[in-house]
Design a protein around this ligand. Structure first.
Ligand SMILES: *Cc1c(COP(=O)(O)O)cnc(C)c1O
Length: 485
């Protein structure tokens, strides 16, 4: 016995390090905050993109303790300083994320008290916070009270949950898979097809409905295609609309698609991962008319609410359909199932144990109120107009007026192949890296995309961007002049 106690005590003296005292905690916090202040206040001068990779052995694990100063140095040099600087306002590529400071404080609180929010039984307060956020989102999108939802790690998993529910509601299994039809557009995010493969619907019929000049789904074509499929004895099952496509930010005609879905009893899913929160702005509310007709929808707070990566959301009207695959009981959970009135996130998601991610959303929204978030969204809309004007004035061609905050442009050179020219131009833009852009193909033509969604993108960011693009345009012209002579 004495021996045992001695052993435990000696282990304790080592494991104690995992519980620093207040002085120890302060020391760590101070250093991390020094880094944070330096990082945030230095963002203006950091590039938005640096195309280099970390040193080969930078992160090597060797089980020995390393001083925090050294680790922060490694983090700064090898992580924060390489690739796309996602925290930078100069990130105008793909769909920029957020990272507001107060969300990090929410995470800190969640991590410190380590709430287990998979089950109401374990953290009634934490679960209620997350359910309150889901109810708030239901009200934004005019979803009925009986709808349920989940805070996921992002849009992909949110879409996965919605499509699984759609599959189960329509019992798409066995022979029915090959007879069933899903309607997407060319602009639908690839995570939809990925989710279909994951949930065993690889062999289902997928129709890619054409889009109009604004990249919105052509609803007449959708209608026609459904009739053709019905005539062939197939089973139209699901239509996916986008409320803000990734490529061009286009919002499909949500109301018209909803009507078609209703007429043909299709499950209607709306992927609003990127654009959904623009509904909060009076300027854009009209574009979202009909979203309330959908059976399920996805929205990403780590995009449109400027939160750090790691929070998406799904809303679904048919609770039974959600529970079919996600609700599970086991003996070791018998104490928890007594409380069925409250929705447990574990019953709406593949996850059981999960991060209490609601805290990073609830804290900032409560602390700041909604107004700054809406102002920030509207600012992005006007900055998009502003950069389009700047690009026009600089001699670029621009895509059609966008629905939201994604647009695209290209240069029409005189004696060079247009795509080659624009590819080279983007190469120079990446080399410069002050502001980061990505590209896409629209109507078989290479174009450079501008996606404005970072809360740190401001007027001066756009001025800097246009200046940089002009410089790179000159470089590109020089390049082709020297290479054609
Ligand atoms: C970003 C995005 C997704 C994927 O969401 P993740 O959060 O990256 O998993 C899906 N659909 C659209 C329209 C998106 O913009």
């Amino acid at each position: 016995m004495k021996n045992l106690i001695e052993k435990i005590k000696s282990l304790q003296s080592v494991s104690m390090v995992l519980e620093p005292d207040e002085a120890g905690r302060n020391l760590h916090i101070k250093k991390v905050m020094e880094f944070a202040h330096g990082f945030i206040d230095g963002l203006e001068n950091r590039k938005a993109f640096k195309g280099s990779s970390p040193e080969k052995h930078a992160f090597e694990m060797n089980a020995k303790p390393i001083a925090l100063d050294e680790l922060l140095g490694i983090y700064d040099n090898e992580v924060a300083n390489k690739g796309i600087n996602a925290a930078s306002g100069g990130h105008l590529g793909y769909i920029p994320g957020g990272g507001i400071f107060t969300a990090a404080l929410g995470d800190l609180l969640a991590d410190i008290s380590n709430e287990y929010t998979g089950m109401n039984y374990a953290s009634p307060g934490g679960v209620q916070i997350e359910n309150e956020l889901i109810n708030w989102m239901k009200s934004i999108f005019s979803y009925p009270e009986k709808a349920i939802g989940n805070l996921t790690s992002g849009g992909s998993i949110a879409n996965l949950i919605a499509l699984t529910s759609a599959r189960d509601a329509h019992q798409i299994k066995g022979d029915k898979i090959q007879k069933s039809v899903i309607y997407l557009s060319r602009q639908t995010h690839h995570c939809i097809e990925k989710a279909l493969r994951i949930i065993g619907l690889e062999d289902i019929n997928i129709r890619s409905i054409p889009v109009d000049a604004f990249s919105r789904m052509d609803t007449e074509a959708l209608q026609r295609r459904i009739h053709e499929d019905l005539a062939q004895g197939l089973l139209p099952f699901l239509v996916v609309a986008s409320a803000g496509t990734t490529d061009t930010g286009a919002i499909d005609p949500l109301d018209a698609i909803g009507k078609i879905a209703e007429d043909h009893k299709l499950w209607y899913h709306v992927d609003a991962a990127y654009g959904g929160f623009f509904i909060l702005s009076e300027l854009k509310r009209k574009c979202f008319e009909g979203i309330e007709r959908s059976d399920s929808l996805v929205v990403d707070p780590h995009k449109g609410l400027f939160l750090p990566y790691g929070i998406g959301a799904v809303l679904i009207k048919d609770k039974k359909a959600v529970f079919h695959s996600h609700h599970h009981t086991a003996h070791y959970m018998q104490d928890a199932i007594l409380e069925e009135q409250v929705i447990n996130s574990a019953d709406v998601s593949p996850e059981l144990t999960k991060h209490f991610r609601g805290m990073r959303m609830w804290l900032p929204l409560q602390l700041h109120g909604l107004k700054p978030f809406v102002a920030c969204l509207e600012e992005k809309i006007f900055l998009t107009h502003y950069i389009r004007e700047g690009l026009c004035k600089s001699g670029f061609e621009i895509g059609p007026e966008p629905d939201l905050s994604v647009t695209y442009f290209w240069y029409r050179p005189e004696n060079t192949e247009q795509d080659d020219f624009n590819r080279k131009l983007l190469e120079y833009m990446h080399q410069d890296g002050q502001v980061f852009f990505s590209s896409t193909i629209i109507e078989d033509q290479f174009v450079i995309r501008v996606a404005i969604l970072s809360f740190r993108t401001k007027l001066k960011t756009i001025d800097k961007a246009v200046k940089m693009i002009r410089k790179c345009l000159d470089q590109t012209k020089d390049y082709f002049q020297n290479h054609t002579e």
